[in-house]
Each structure stands twice: as C-alpha cells, then as structure tokens.
Write a protein that binds this ligand. Sequence first.
Ligand code: ADP
Ligand code: ADP
Length: 233
Amino acid sequence: SPILQASDLQKVYGAGESRFHALRGVSLDIAEAETLAIVGPSGSGKSTLMHVLAALDRPDGGTVRFRDQDLGALTQRELDTLRNREFGFVFQQFHLDEGASVMENVAMPLMVGRIPRRDRREAVLQALEPLGLEGRIDERAGNLSGGQRQRVAIARAIVNRPRVLFADEPTGALDQENGEKVARLLFDLHEQYGLTLVMVTHSGELAERCGRQVSILDGRLSDPASTTMEGAR
Ligand code: ADP
Ligand code: ADP
C-alpha cells in the first residue's frame, strides 16, 4: 500500500472577502521509495499541497493517511512526533539558524527525539558525511556558502532517518552548479536509503529526473491518470 495517501483534500485560506480555496479535491497516492515532483505555475497550490501532505498544516476537508494511519485522527502532539520521526524538510531559503553552528542546526530535530545527548554529535556527523560536510561541524552556519547551507539543511532533514523527504524548491535559491550538486545529493539519498522524495519545483529539469510528476493547476491535479499508483515507477 502507499506510504502516503491523500484523498479529496480541500484547503481554504482566510474568510469573507479574502477567502481563497487553495486545494479543491486533490487525491494522490505516493509509493514508498518513489520520487515525485509536484509542478505547476506560481500560486497553483504546490506548497499548500506539500504542507498538508507533510502534516505541517491540516486540511479543511479530505484525509491524509501515512501507512494507513489517518493523520486527521491524531492529536497535535502525536502529529508532531510522527512528523519528527518520519518526515524531513528542505526549503528554498534553508531556514537555518545562521548564528548557530552546523552542529547545533543539524542536531535540532534530535532535541525532541529518542537519541541521548551523548550520541548526538555522532548522529550529526553521520548525517553530514554523505553531504561532504563533516569537516564543517563546528563552523557557524552563517559563514557557509549558499550551496553549503542547503547541504546543512539536508543534513538536518535526514538526521532522524526519516522515510519521506519533502523539498520545496530545494534548488531555487542556488546557482546552476550548486543546484545541480544539491539535486544529485537528494537523488543519492533516495538511492542509498530508499528515501521517498516529494519535491515542489519550478525546474522542469529537476522534475524530469523524478520517477513521476503531478501537475497542479488552481488547486486541482490536472492529470488524474498520473495520480494513482499505476503512474508510479
Ligand atoms: P504555489 O506553491 O503553487 O506557488 P501556494 O500553495 O503557495 O502556491 O499558494 C496557493 C494559493 O494560496 C496562492 O494564491 C496563495 O496566495 C494562497 N495562499 C497560500 N498561503 C496562504 C495563506 N497563509 N493565507 C492566504 N492565502 C494563502
Ligand atoms: P518556502 O517559502 O521556501 O516555500 P516557507 O518559508 O514557506 O518555505 O516555510 C514553510 C513553513 O514550514 C513555514 O511555516 C515554516 O515555519 C515551516 N518550517 C520551516 N522550516 C522547517 C523545518 N525545518 N521543519 C518544520 N517546519 C519548518
């Protein structure tokens, strides 16, 4: 069965005059260890869909299931725990604490997890290793280049060994060379750990490297044939 299953998702922002219907009945199955790109024009609902799938935001209608568990049935605390253990996040603007060290940034998800304090540095080193940044562990995040900062953000996203990595325009703030490096690292992590990759991207090139693309327009998936498991690689 799919690792994530969205059915008839609705999301409405605001109220009255400013009410905006951002998701209008989105259904989508995501298979374990697949790579999925969510594409579409600006404002079409890509980030909203990703946030709802990733339990960063709750839908106003419809359901999201993770391994057959209805996320809508969980308390906020249960949801936070599940997200911390099972999901990793990478955003366009890195969202690092620039004044803190690489160690402190990457260890952030471990603070609420099961890993005892004395094992944290080792866990952080393990996350940094595939990203080629072990040597920078004690550096201030703000001293690193954009490409390096995004790699630190990826290390933070994988330090808890999640099953799904959500990436919102992961290469959007990077130049060609660093964007390519980050893209390659994401697909390497997929290959190496069987991580499920769900990414939102404007880059056709990046989307084409994913096993499957779904296209969203005005809050609806525009190609229903591509939304079921049959379309998955
Ligand atoms: P995309 O990621 O495709 O650019 P988004 O999911 O960010 O699209 O946004 C979809 C629509 O919902 C846009 O019209 C956006 O302005 C609106 N929207 C997003 N977040 C909010 C919010 N917090 N409050 C009100 N409207 C929002
Ligand atoms: P972008 O604009 O690059 O798409 P946002 O700035 O909209 O990304 O961030 C999306 C949301 O995710 C925000 O509400 C933010 O607070 C939250 N967020 C940012 N970083 C993390 C993280 N590492 N883990 C969980 N949530 C995060």
